[in-house]
Ligand binder design. Structure first.
Ligand code: TRP
Length: 447
């Protein structure tokens, strides 16, 4: 067999994982979910889920990927040969395709908004005008398609360059830049007059607004934000060296991602309250509210450029991780070259992405339970496929793999030693806690 490519350094793996995790999920989805689900109470539930559910699933995906050194389908064939387990791989591929399809549409919006920022179109400090601008941006028929196409091609080019020379090289530069930029904006926002109400909204919980659906949304967001449940971590882990620390890399990824989400909240909510805007506007939040805010800040036009550039970079480092899941599967299982696999995947994504994009405008009449195609893709993947994919990963590692093998992988064959209570807790959360709680929340939220 041809030798598979791998990551070149620990830092490279970390930034690739963090790059996958940190994305539109943090900067676009998290703030509007916090806004529509009542603020701090949602954040607390979200944090608990990251720690108790998403993290064990991340370890499990890591164990499966690294031990098998194969794509999401092949991994189960290596670890459970001759069984039906490998079909789980289809869930991951399906989920990655669904997510990247609507993700690329939003990725396209970020390019459109970056161009708007560069041509100083936000100088009108009028919420109605900016609302109209967002509407026109997303509902017109061909323009968002072009921007989506550019976004997908950029993603494909990086994946085409490979793991080391593409994914690792680009995320290594992009992630630190991203971090500095968000912090700058957060500091500006949190020091605005009247920012205190936004800080209260973020940090003072009101549990009276919490429903079963809040739990499902928080679960979906925890998985979405950490990129677990769709085989992304599994695929990246298959390119990771045997002596890297699974627990260390996963924990660092989770910390980086959570930090980004909180800082994104700090960048957005104080400003939202300071300017008397409703936090619960939904998906348009960063695209309507922020330009309004930028327009009124000193040097706002430049901050706008920085922000939409960040959004674009964050989105790209995530979309490449989704494309890699699909490409690794197609090239290794269906025997296509990497180039052919990318061409095939991109064609499918283009078709589905176009449907998602058009569902904002001309196809908005096509709905399922009141959701248009875009929302269906978003909700179906985040609230159903991701938890399902995660559930299978923990069940496989907890119940099908030998405990000794799991421990061997978690400790990298004994290189990393953890106190026994910690190892027991990790195993307990993989085997019992995560499967049980995820199943209960899914059933409750869906029934
Ligand atoms: N985590 C990314 C974000 O927050 C999106 C993402 C990348 C993702 N890969 C994924 C989400 C796999 C779910 C599954 O924007």
């Amino acid at each position: 067999m041809k030798k598979r490519e791998g990551f070149g350094s620990s830092f490279g793996v970390l930034v690739a994982m963090a790059g996958s995790a940190v994305g539109l999920g943090n900067l676009w989805r998290f703030p509007y979910l916090v806004g529509t689900n009542g603020g701090a109470a949602f954040i607390i539930i979200y944090l608990a889920f990251v720690l108790l559910l998403a993290l064990p699933i991340m370890y499990s995906e890591f164990v499966i990927g690294r031990r098998s050194q194969a794509n999401v389908f092949g991994a189960y064939k290596v670890l459970a040969p001759g069984t039906k387990w490998c079909n789980i791989g289809f869930i991951y591929v399906l989920c990655s395709i669904t997510i990247i399809s609507f993700y690329s549409v939003v990725g396209g919006w970020t390019i459109d908004y970056l161009i708007k920022a560069l041509s100083f179109q936000f100088d009108v400090a009028d919420n109605a005008v900016l609302g109209g601008m967002f509407d026109t941006t997303v509902t017109s028929s061909y323009k968002p398609l072009i921007f989506m196409l550019i976004f997908i091609i950029a993603t494909a080019l990086i994946v085409l360059a490979g793991i080391k020379r593409g994914i690792e090289k680009y995320t290594k530069i992009m992630m630190p830049v991203l971090f500095v930029m968000v912090v700058v904006i957060a500091v500006r926002s949190a020091t605005l007059p009247g920012a205190g109400a936004g800080l209260d909204f973020l940090f003072k919980p009101d549990f009276s607004k919490v429903t079963a659906n809040t739990f499902l949304e928080a679960l979906g967001q925890a998985f979405f934000s950490l990129s677990v449940g769709a085989g992304t971590i599994m695929t990246y882990a298959s390119y990771v060296d045997r002596n890297e620390s699974i627990v260390g890399l996963s924990a660092q990824t989770a910390i980086a991602d959570t930090l980004f989400a909180i800082i994104a909240g700090l960048a957005i909510m104080p400003a939202v309250f300071s300017f008397g805007i409703s936090p619960s506007q939904g998906p348009g939040l960063v695209f309507i509210t922020l330009p309004y805010i930028f327009a009124q800040l000193p040097l706002g036009s430049f901050i706008a450029i920085i922000f939409f550039f960040i959004l674009f970079i964050a989105a790209i480092t995530s979309s490449i991780s989704m494309l890699e899941v699909i490409v690794a599967y197609v090239s290794e299982e269906l025997g296509l070259s990497r180039k052919g696999a990318i061409a095939l995947s991109v064609s499918v994504i283009l078709v589905l992405g176009s449907l998602c994009s058009l569902s904002q405008g001309v196809l908005s009449d096509i709905t399922l339970f009141g959701n248009n195609i875009f929302d269906c893709f978003d909700k179906f993947s985040a609230n159903i496929l991701l938890p399902l994919g995660g559930l299978f990963a923990v069940i496989f590692v907890g119940w099908r793999m030998k405990k000794a093998d799991v421990t061997d992988e978690i400790t990298s064959a004994g290189i990393y030693k953890y106190p026994s209570f910690m190892q027991n807790f990790i195993y307990f959360s993989i085997k019992y806690l995560a499967p049980l709680v995820v199943a209960v929340i899914m059933l409750q939220g869906l029934l």
